[in-house]
Write a protein that binds this ligand. Sequence first.
Ligand code: GDD
Ligand code: MN
Length: 214
Amino acid sequence: MRSPHLSIVVPTFNERENILELIRRLAVVLADKDYEVIVVDDDSPDGTWRVVEAAAEQDPRIRLNHRIGRKGLSSAVVDGCGVAQGQRIFVMDADLQHDEAIIPDMLIRLEEYEVVVATRHAEGGSVGVFAWYRQFISLVATWGVKLLLGVRVSDPMSGFFCLRRQVFDRVSSELRPRGFKILIEILWRAKIRNIGEIGFHFRARTAGESKLDS
Ligand code: GDD
Ligand code: MN
């Protein structure tokens, strides 16, 4: 069985308008790489899983994890990472807010760091449309991680990051995924201090709705 070098895990809930565009963009950016895209969909009422299923029939690099009776962003990320075959695992949103163009740079940094976080606060980054209460939560998270791990991560709530497969394997059985803070949990359980960061411009969502705001 072929096993790709890179796995991109994409959690989805009602992203029918976005997911195929993301898959197309990934195919362009990763044209020279051996990769798979794992879409973890929680039985979206808008039928996201249907369009992914059809795409997967055309392209063996696309895999669908259609979860029924299970819900939640963090657990979707953990399930996706659990079936990933690559040595390098990426996690990103489906809604095109995460800039896929920085993936090759993140991959290069992953040679040096165990985890690389794409952050909205570092140089070159931007918070975009980002409500004050979310900035506040992010501030508390940054402070908490600093206290727990002794390292400063500018955006520990980021849903865009990559890690070496061994890091995930080391902690996968201990993860108790809840809510939106899966990156913090992985960093904490694996006691990761070797963290790289890359800034990016957080785009505005053009289709579908944010689930975190609600
Ligand atoms: N499978 C699954 N199950 N996917 C989900 C669920 C769920 O219950 N909830 C959300 N998603 C998917 C969305 O479809 C999208 O692809 C991604 O997870 C992020 O969800 P959004 O609803 O777009 O989140 P956001 O843009 O408001 O929040 C972003 O910033 C947060 C920090 O402030 C995300 O990047 C979060 O990951 C991040 O923690
Ligand atoms: Mn979003």
